[in-house]
Structures are given as C-alpha cells and as structure tokens.
Design a protein. Structure first.
Length: 145
C-alpha cells in the first residue's frame, strides 16, 4: 500500500504476485489429489499383507487358529475360541478408497500352515493388485495392469 494522500490500495504488481502464488498452490494441491488414489491403493495392499503376516505370527505364538476375512472394505482378524466353538474378532481395519474381494477367508494354524488358500484382489481407479497365499503361509503380491 502506498502512503500518500492520493492512493491507498494495492498496486497491479502486488495483485499479480498474490494471484500467482494462489495459482501455484492450487496446482500443487490438485497434484496431491491425483496421486491420492495410488497412495490409497498402495496403503491398502500393505495393510492386507501386514494383517496376513500378523495372523500367521499370532497363530504360531498363541497356538490357536487365526482367520483373516474381508467384509466390505474391512480386513478382520478372528481367533478361534475352542471352548465355545466360534470365531472371536480381535481386530478390524478399514481399507479406505479401495475395493477388496477374496475367494476365501484364509485360516492360519499353529504349525504356520494355511487352509482355505486365498486370492485377494485389491483395486481402485489407479490399478489392481492380486495377493495370493500358498499352503506354506507365503504371501505373494502381484500388480496387474
């Protein structure tokens, strides 16, 4: 602002610089929005793999079967209660921004093996990942394009 008797206000240069800064911020913000879907997909795949590894570890450590199931956009870990003969949900994680489908709910046993071998598809607009579980408990992640 000029401190004269005549003009009080912003100059054309001040306005141009301010609008340029706003434009740059908008461009940076929109690029984060584009990469957000890819980030959500990668995070969901990491969460699924982490839960599968955790289920195998807990099964061996606690000497009880642990089941991993996928309901809507949730990944659930359930422990088998042998006294009452039912599954007790121990943890539930939301998988945001993705669609998850599985052909089975794998059950990890204290020997480290798995029954109900599973193929899990995690996808959104950014891509598709296929996670497979072998009978030995090995988890394999493949990106499908």
């Amino acid at each position: 602002m000029k401190k004269g008797n005549r003009n009080l206000g912003f100059s054309l240069l001040d306005t141009t610089v301010a609008l340029s800064i706003v434009a740059v911020l908008l461009l940076v913000g929109s690029s984060f929005k584009i990469n957000n879907k890819k980030h959500q997909l990668n995070q969901a795949v990491e969460k699924v793999c982490s839960n599968l590894s955790l289920a195998r570890f807990l099964s061996v450590y606690r000497q009880v079967p642990i089941k991993v199931s996928f309901n809507q956009n949730f990944c659930e870990l359930a422990e088998f209660d042998s006294q009452n003969s039912f599954w007790v949900i121990k943890s539930r994680q939301l998988l945001e921004g993705v669609e998850v489908s599985a052909n089975n709910s794998p059950v990890f046993y204290p020997q480290g093996t798995v029954s109900n071998l599973a193929s899990i598809k995690v996808s959104n607009d950014s891509g598709l990942y296929l996670i497979t579980i072998a009978i030995t408990g090995r988890v394999k992640v493949s990106q499908i394009d």
